[in-house]
Write a protein that binds this ligand. Structure first.
Ligand SMILES: Cc1cc2nc3c(=O)[nH]c(=O)nc-3n(C[C@H](O)[C@H](O)[C@H](O)COP(=O)(O)O)c2cc1C
Length: 187
């Protein structure tokens, strides 16, 4: 089994990556995890192309912007599952994560483009590294977007700086579980 781990933090050694890495260590006992840090990629914001607010996304299932978005979508289509990990900003996802998911949600409305996205098992991880508030609301917002992309949200894991050590253990176990689960699904 293989998964893509999409990170919405700017810090490759920060708390979001710590949390995602704990998940990966569990997962990698059985599978392979590839990590992508969104801010290292070129991903522009949605242009709301047409007067209607839609664009090629709905008509053709692709985005008019030529950047790294499409290649990440292709990777998503090829893996067995995806993990989305974001730092909590204002009780919500980071801008890079929002930007990516905004565009993914749009192309996923297209019947052809959603093949390989719809029904794919995903996990969300939201890490509040300041006061610790807002991890749960962030999970709520992220789950809604992931569901409207058509993913099957298997779990959403809120973490806060104050309990990150404990949550790393939970994440490790969830990573182990996700690998077993995907293996069973594959048959
Ligand atoms: C714009 C902004 C808003 C933030 N809002 C919250 C928040 O609502 N709750 C919280 O606990 N921490 C908040 N923080 C702190 C981040 O969650 C914290 O820096 C987090 O550890 C970043 O993850 P990283 O270590 O992966 O970069 C905020 C930070 C920024 C930059």
């Amino acid at each position: 089994m293989n998964i893509l781990v999409i990170i919405g933090s700017r810090n490759p050694e920060g708390k979001t990556v710590l949390a995602a890495d704990a998940f990966c260590r569990g997962f990698e006992e059985k599978g392979v995890a590839e990590k992508i840090i969104l801010v290292e990629k070129k991903i522009e914001g949605c242009r709301q192309c047409d007067i209607s607010g839609w664009g090629l996304c709905r008509k053709e299932g692709r985005c008019v912007i030529e950047d790294d978005f499409t290649s990440i979508v292709e990777k998503i289509k090829q893996v067995d599952g995806v993990v989305f990990a974001t730092p909590v900003y204002f009780g919500d996802m980071s801008e890079s994560m929002k930007c990516f998911l905004d565009r993914l949600r749009r192309i996923s409305r297209n019947e052809q483009a959603k093949i390989g996205i719809a029904e794919k098992p995903v996990i969300g991880i939201c890490v509040a590294g300041g006061g610790g508030g807002g991890a749960v609301s962030c999970c709520y917002f992220m789950e809604r977007v992931l569901m409207s992309c058509g993913f099957v949200v298997e779990d959403m894991i809120p973490c806060r700086r104050q309990n990150l050590e404990v949550k790393q253990r939970v994440l490790f176990l969830t990573g182990q579980w996700f690998a077993r689960y995907l293996e069973q699904k594959k048959g």
